[in-house]
Design a protein around this ligand. Sequence first.
Ligand SMILES: [Fe+2]
Ligand SMILES: [Fe+2]
Length: 282
Amino acid sequence: MEPAVPLAPEPPEVLDELYHLFRDYFDKAEKKRRWSIREDVPWDQCNRSLNPAIADVVETFCSVELYLPDYLSKLIPQVRQNRGRAWMLANWGYEECKHSMVLEDWLLRSGARTEEQVSDMHAEVYEHEWNLPYGNARGMLVYTTFQELATKVHYARLREAVRREGGDAALERVLQLVAVDEAAHADFFRRLLEVYLRYDREGTLEQIRKVTNTFRMPAVYSLAGSMHRVSEINRLDVFNENLFIETTYNPILAKLGVSRKELRQKHFKETLVPLAGPNARP
Ligand SMILES: [Fe+2]
Ligand SMILES: [Fe+2]
């Protein structure tokens, strides 16, 4: 659906600024954040008697990461004339593919899943195609910013849950490495949003308003047993609607310098609906 406030075209100076933000992000990632699945995880320290609910949540998160071909194949065409964003998606895809692999490795090495169960997980994921929740690149940038920070919180809080359940040095390290990547993604995409807000505040605010009114995590709801998966995430105190507001919604709006009041101003016809809940619709 077309935005009610037409989005301003992206002038060359904006495209340049986005590309420079990507170069800063990339240079920093190359220097400080690259890690190796093989070398940087103490794989001999898996806890084989961890609460099985933890492995269920790891499997859910791994499945969401496995939708990567859909994420990339649908997001890149939206930004192919925007080098900063297109190059970021290429780099982001590299980082995200490590996440599904490292989580899958833990499922196997810990004995939580057999090879056969892991191939069933792949089959289940590829049965359903993920589609873009928003049809314009600006809306998807807003969505990605919120989703990346929420994902970081999911991983960081799952790590705390692992510790509470008796610990697993390998999984804790995996979750730490992945959470740091997710935080870097959220920070980068938010910086892009700051640029868009500066040169097209109304158009960008409309997208922020639309996304925050309808946000839900990607792909979880198309997986088999999705309600059970979500209730396990809630039960382990990994994530819920209040945490979305406290850890994701409020901090991002504060950093963007957007108040709830400004977001509520009635330029648009949408109505407020619950955030991040299973019944929210994109
Ligand atoms: Fe990820
Ligand atoms: Fe990410």
